[in-house]
Design a binder for this molecule. Structure first.
Ligand code: ADP
Length: 634
């Protein structure tokens, strides 16, 4: 329905309709005026033809004044003469002052002569001495005209009668009707021609406008390929040229902004920082991949969401507060691993992010949004906290032996030195604590050297089978010696243990720094002994795989709780601090061992179940084709 009458709303139709209406109105107004004027002119012309000529008037005046019957007869002749010249006249009556008809136009109506006139307006004309005219419709004649002209006496002193003239006006109106018909026909033809011209003109005007409209629609749809035809250099032609120009410029601008957008997109995607942009209400409009990854959100979840909610700070800070005070802040994301089975205290997925905020401001100062840049500072924060922890650990570790040394020296100072039994004991403890401190400082120095990469390996090709056996032999010897010493000195208590070896028979030639690797194996063995129960078995294994040799040391001790397993290689980490210290441990042995093994491109790890002992493993790179070569034979 709407479509069928759509043309009614087109400019084409409106211009044509206006044009036709103006034409019709103009023709009608001119026509009406013309017909009116024509009618007036014809009527006045008609009237002037009916005026009784002066000579006839004078004659009638004289005849009426005479009052003589014979002379009155002349009246008939006079009016018949007058009527003969005018075919429109249908009736003429001459009436004397008493209203008696004294003459008529038609001879066959002479019977009415001598009768009183019945026409009231004749009497009125005589009494008022005023000419009366009237146009009216007569049943028989159609449009008719009547005039009553009073007749004065020759000396103009009295009214002696009146002349009544009646005429048919049909000829006048017929003439006018004919002209009206001609005029209407001409108007119709002019109207039709005008309509055709109007349609052509409006088509000529609206065609370029229509083409421009179509081009604008294509442009809105992103098609800039078309060009509008320029029909003439008039205003519409100039508009068409402007549209073509605009089309080129819009295409260029769109291409520019498109390539800008692509560039921005690729910059945002490549960025190692997370970037989020919002509108002025704080709803996210742009979020790059990194930010989504940091916050663990999909694009659908993030787009349109509130910035403060996505950052998880919505409870404490509103977006308006952020706008007022866009200071950087540290945000901690929650741990996203929802797999309870896999939960591991050390395997924390939460991130620490530094969020920088800046306002998007227009030249007018109007704030149209905000940009938030997220930088992952988890590692940095971890290092910082480790550093702080390390300094606090070192201070604590050094303070403990120093406090104990200081209290023993105080006691000695206060007279204990005189006590033959206590003094050597006190000095002994002081010496032990000093030794432990020296060991710890030595360990710290070693670690620091390794951290700085200043500790170089002095490698040599060693048969690891022999090397490991040699160290274990030393431990066996040590135990033997301690046992022998204990036999002589009853006060000494020796912890008993047995070293069991499960070794491959093969020679395993590996390149190692023997001093440092000895330190590692010593440390593992010492720990195994330290944390083993009395009489426990320490099982040492040596085996090889394709590319590695693996040694393991298993004890039957307390084991290590699951949560501490990864941490035992951390500096100063001890499962039971008091116990470790009592046994002279520094808490640095395993971390030094780890550094050394990693310097050898190897790996160190531990398997343990609380209460069921621990097994420490070391794997080192190994080439099965490597042999001691000619040196073996010597
Ligand atoms: P420490 O000088 O305290 O022995 P380490 O770095 O050698 O320092 O060891 C770190 C911690 O690991 C120890 O304090 C102890 O709690 C634990 N540990 C090491 N070896 C064993 C083991 N064989 N059995 C049980 N716990 C052990």
């Amino acid at each position: 329905m709407k479509k069928r009458f759509a043309f009614l709303h087109s400019i084409n139709f409106k211009i044509a309709l206006s044009f036709i209406l103006i034409l019709i109105f103009t023709i009608e107004i001119i026509g009406a005026y013309f017909v009116r004027q024509l009618e007036e002119w014809n009527v006045s012309q008609f009237e002037s033809n009916l005026v009784v000529p002066v000579y006839a008037m004078n004659r009638i005046s004289e005849n009426l004044n005479d009052n003589d019957k014979n002379t009155r007869k002349n009246i008939n002749t006079t009016i018949q003469d007058f009527a003969r010249n005018n075919s429109d006249i249908t009736d003429i009556q001459v009436v004397d002052r008493n209203g008696v008809i004294v003459g008529t136009k038609d001879a066959d109506r002479s019977a009415i002569i001598g009768r009183r006139t019945l026409k009231e307006n004749i009497k009125q004309g005589i009494s008022t001495n005023k000419k009366i005219t009237q146009i009216y419709y007569d049943k028989n004649l159609g449009s008719s005209y009547e005039s009553i002209t009073p007749v004065s006496s020759p000396d103009n002193s009295t009214v002696v009668g009146a002349i009544y003239v009646k005429a048919s006006m049909e000829s006048v109106y017929q003439g006018i009707s004919t002209i009206i018909v001609i005029f209407l026909t001409a108007s119709l033809v002019a109207g039709l021609l005008g309509a055709i011209i109007a349609i052509f003109i409006s088509r000529a005007i609206t065609r370029p406008i229509g083409e421009m409209k179509q081009q604008a629609v294509r442009m809105a749809e992103g098609d800039y390929s078309g060009q509008v035809r320029v029909y003439s250099p008039d205003e519409l032609g100039q508009l068409a040229m402007a549209v073509n120009d605009l089309s080129v410029k819009v295409e260029e601008a769109t291409e520019n902004s498109e390539s800008e957008r692509r560039r921005l997109d690729s910059v945002l995607t490549q960025m190692s920082d997370g970037v989020i942009a919002t509108n002025r209400l704080g709803n996210i409009t742009v979020i790059n991949e990194m930010a989504r990854e940091y916050l663990n959100k999909t694009e659908e979840e993030a787009n349109g969401a509130q910035l403060v909610d996505i950052l998880g700070i919505g409870d404490n800070t509103s977006f308006d507060e952020l706008l007022e005070n866009p200071e950087p802040m540290i945000i901690e994301t929650t741990d996203f691993s929802d797999d309870e089975e896999d939960y591991d205290e050390n395997d924390d997925n939460s991130l620490i992010l530094n969020a920088d905020f800046s306002l998007i401001q227009r030249n007018s100062g109007f704030i149209s949004g905000m940009v938030c840049v997220l930088h992952d500072v988890t590692e940095q924060q971890k290092i910082d906290s480790e550093r702080r922890q390390f300094v606090s650990n070192v201070s604590h570790e050094l303070r403990t032996p120093l406090t104990s040394i200081s209290s023993y020296i105080d006691a000695l100072n206060n007279g204990a030195w005189k006590d033959q039994k206590l003094a050597p004991q006190f000095l002994n403890v002081t010496a032990e604590e000093t030794d432990r401190m020296i060991r710890m400082i030595q360990d710290l120095l070693n670690l620091s050297r390794m951290d700085q990469g200043r500790s170089k390996l002095d490698k040599e090709l060693v048969n690891f089978n022999e090397f490991f056996s040699y160290i274990l032999d030393r431990f066996d010897m040590m135990l033997k010696k301690e046992k022998a010493d204990a036999k002589e000195d009853d006060t000494k208590v020796v912890k008993n243990y047995r070293i069991k070896r499960i070794f491959t028979n093969k020679d395993l030639w590996v390149e190692i720094d023997t001093d440092k690797m000895t330190q590692v194996v010593d440390n593992i063995m010492n720990n195994a002994i330290k944390y083993s129960p009395d009489g426990g078995v320490i099982t040492c294994r040596l085996l090889e795989t394709n590319k590695h040799i693996i040694i393991s040391v298993s004890d039957e001790g307390l084991g290590i709780p699951r949560k501490d397993i990864k941490k035992v290689f951390d500096r100063f980490y001890r499962v039971d601090k008091a116990r470790s210290r009592k046994q002279g441990g520094t808490g640095l042995g395993l971390s030094i061992s780890k550094e050394i093994v990693e310097q050898h491109k190897g790996r160190i790890w531990v398997n343990s179940a609380e209460g069921r002992g621990s097994t420490f493993y070391i794997s080192l790179p190994f080439n099965p084709n490597e042999t001691g070569g000619e040196w073996d034979e010597i």
